[in-house]
Design a protein around this ligand. Structure first.
Ligand SMILES: Nc1nc2c(c(=O)[nH]1)N=C([C@H](O)[C@@H](O)CO)CN2
Length: 117
């Protein structure tokens, strides 16, 4: 299956389990791979038949800025469910980094896959 990707999407979010984290916005960085058969878009040269990565980007920005979760797990589970429903891709892989929150590490985070590949 073909894949559409978004790499290094930075969105500021209120997220974290500690009290100080509920008072500030922290950067999150998302990487996505989304399964999509690109052949109809390629044959017609028509965005209507493509998985529009600009629209996906704007959906993620809106979702993350409106939600206030403690755990990255909660954010990714709900965000991936929303993306599958809104855009109809059969499968996605989504990775989120919280840079610089754990001083010993460059970044921490998680990666999940949802849907059927
Ligand atoms: N698996 C997870 N571990 C941790 C999370 C998380 O969301 N998922 N969050 C935190 C804190 O909020 C972190 O930002 C600071 O240590 C800790 N561990």
């Amino acid at each position: 299956m073909d894949k559409v990707f978004i790499d290094g999407l930075k969105v500021d979010a209120v997220i974290g389990v500690y009290e100080w984290e509920k008072q500030v916005r922290q950067p999150l960085v998302f990487d996505l791979e989304m399964a999509w058969d690109i052949r109809q878009a390629a044959a017609t040269d028509d965005l209507t038949f493509a998985l529009n990565y600009q629209a996906v980007t704007e959906y993620i920005e809106g979702f993350v800025q409106q939600q206030h979760f403690q755990l990255l797990e909660s954010l990714l589970e709900r965000l991936s469910a929303g993306l599958l429903q809104e855009f109809g891709m059969p499968w996605l892989s989504i990775r989120v980094e919280k840079p610089a929150v754990v001083p010993q590490a460059r970044a921490v985070g998680l990666k999940i896959e949802r849907g059927v590949f």
